[in-house]
Design a protein around this ligand. Structure first.
Ligand code: SF4
Ligand code: SF4
Length: 163
């Protein structure tokens, strides 16, 4: 269950987080989609079958992390901005997150890393911006983050200093 302020509880997150071994192996998608809503574009978007077709449109996505190669197509396909790709095999780690604001940050920019509750967590660097081809061109921002923040950073703000 989500808390009253709609921030995921640790138990919610544990249920959608790959094993440490899988996380260490390379990029993998994490669907932080906690409510039963009639929505399934993530499943249609994944050409590897890592998000199996929904039996019930209201069901929540279940990602097969062994099939997922972290391509990130589902990130821009999700209208709920609920999917992220985390790559802990790199140093620094990389989080790919959906971004629908304009202007977009530029590659190389220093940004403030933001957690699920909107609070600043520190500073990161934008590595790349990927133009989404679906969902009205939702962009995917690749941001370099300290490894210990990779499971916490879920948004960015322009400008550094981590405040
Ligand atoms: S990251 Fe790619 S392979 Fe993994 S679930 Fe999303 S679309 Fe499928
Ligand atoms: S597309 Fe996004 S919001 Fe819709 S079911 Fe998939 S993860 Fe949830």
């Amino acid at each position: 269950m989500l808390s009253s302020n709609a921030v995921a509880e640790p138990a919610d997150l544990a249920a959608v987080t790959p094993s440490p071994e899988r996380l260490a192996r390379g990029p993998v998608a994490i669907a932080e989609c906690f409510q039963q809503i009639p929505c399934d574009p993530c499943s249609w978007a994944c050409r590897r079958g890592a998000i199996p077709p929904f039996v019930d449109l209201n069901q929540r996505p279940e990602i097969d992390w062994e099939l997922c190669n972290g391509c990130g197509v589902c990130v821009s396909a999700c209208p709920g901005l609920a999917i992220f790709v985390v790559d802990l095999s790199r140093d620094p780690a990389v989080v790919r997150l959906p971004y629908e604001f304009l202007p977009r940050p530029e590659a190389g920019a220093t940004v403030t890393l933001v957690g699920r509750d909107g609070c600043a967590l520190g500073e990161g660097r934008v590595q790349r911006i990927q133009d989404g081809r679906v969902q009205d061109r939702t962009a995917v921002v690749w941001v370099e983050v300290p490894a210990d923040l990779a499971m916490a950073v879920r948004h960015i703000r322009f400008g550094g200093n981590g405040q």
